[in-house]
Design a protein around this ligand. Structure first.
Ligand SMILES: [Ca+2]
Ligand SMILES: [Ca+2]
Ligand SMILES: [Ca+2]
Length: 370
């Protein structure tokens, strides 16, 4: 905190000799500053005494803030699967504000049981930081950037060094981005503390006149569930079902004996593609993207994989049929499509019935049946 407040003192001190008529404002400022520490208090007393003797009759200045002036702070919301990360952004809107803002200090609170801040600079030696945006476009200095993940506190102070105050922003201007890590399922309000302040070019300390807190929801990952059966079989084990999101890593699971599966989708919200495969069977792929929302299970319609692909080239053709025909009435496992212990007419007719088909077959994921 010290650099920010000390800077405030410097501003006051440097202006004092030039504009002694702002004595009262300065004394009030210095009283606020005094809480920063005994050293600062001593300096402040010196300065006020000095000024007092020089200009004993000066009147207090009145703020020259326009009547429609408006400073607002907004924190965006986020939804994060537990164990994952998401970003919420912090914005400030300044309207018709004269003389303009030269510094901003944001104090933000969150629930550390639910979420933690990921270190923006990835350097553990200096503690945890958030990502400041370029709010003061001409010459910005970051005076303070510190996160206390144990207490759930964030402090960020930015100041304009080139003397170019911000009098208005075009709608919302980004001040910072916070990357959250979801620790536990739950909800954390991300609140703008009352100590959040703006310093004007006339050394006034102002609170925003509108604050919009953010909310971060930390939820269990989403899932896709359904049934995949193997044509002609009573046991549907060993069907491999996978769900993929765009080019991301693939989530996989195996169906149980009844064909039931449930895949936890590890990539958060989005549209997933499902693929089911099993040895001896043609693969099936979802006929449309499956929307997954974190915290919910999306149930899809049943798929039936078509059998007869003995050589697993994902097509049922003359090679599969002749392979089975040559082993007719044998016990060879690969030709025993329905795995009932014998290669017989059931295997041959099942294969013949799928003759000419290739996978992946279309899995109607939302056809209303199960
Ligand atoms: Ca760090
Ligand atoms: Ca084949
Ligand atoms: Ca059989």
């Amino acid at each position: 905190m010290a650099p920010f407040f000390l800077q405030g003192v410097t501003l006051c001190g440097s202006k004092m000799t030039k504009k002694p008529h702002r004595l009262t404002t300065i004394i009030i400022l210095l009283l606020v500053v005094a809480t920063a520490g005994a050293t600062v208090l001593a300096d402040a007393a010196d300065l006020s005494l000095q000024t007092d003797t020089e200009t004993p009759t000066v009147a207090p200045s009145t703020p020259t803030v326009h009547s429609t002036a408006h400073i607002a702070v907004l924190i965006g919301d986020a939804v994060i699967p537990v164990g994952d990360k998401a970003v919420s952004e912090v914005f400030v809107s300044i309207r018709d504000f004269e003389p303009g803002v030269l510094a901003v200090k944001l104090d933000i609170s969150f629930d550390p049981e639910i979420i933690q801040v990921a270190d923006a600079d990835r350097d553990p030696s200096n503690g945890t930081q958030i990502s400041p945006a370029t709010f003061f476009v001409s010459s910005q200095k970051v005076d303070l950037n510190q996160v206390d993940n144990a207490m759930g506190k964030i402090s960020l102070a930015l100041s304009e060094q080139g003397g170019d105050p911000v009098q208005r922003t075009e709608s919302w201007r980004k001040v910072a981005a916070i990357t959250w890590l979801a620790e536990e399922e739950g909800k954390s309000v991300v609140s703008i503390d009352r100590t959040t302040q703006f310093i004007t070019s006339e050394e006034q300390l102002l609170e925003p006149d509108e604050t919009n807190d953010g909310v971060v929801f930390s939820r269990a990952p989403g899932a896709i569930a359904g049934i995949v059966e193997l044509q002609g079989k009573g046991n549907h084990e060993n069907v491999l079902v996978s769900a993929s999101l765009a080019s991301a890593r693939v989530d996989r699971t195996q169906a149980d004996a009844t064909g039931r599966f449930r895949i936890a989708t590890s990539h958060g919200e989005g549209f997933y593609t499902l693929v089911a495969t099993a040895p001896g069977y043609l693969s099936a792929e979802s006929d449309r993207p499956i929307k997954v929302t974190v915290g919910t299970v999306t149930e899809v319609s049943k798929a039936i994989l078509l059998g007869g692909d003995v050589n697993n080239d994902n097509c049922v053709d003359i090679r599969d049929l002749s392979y089975i025909a040559w082993r007719f009435e044998s016990y060879e496992a690969e030709a025993d499509i329905n795995r009932d212990g014998q290669v017989d007419i059931l295997d041959l007719s099942l294969t013949a019935g799928n003759f000419g088909q290739c996978g992946p077959t279309s899995w109607e994921v939302f056809n209303g049946r199960d």
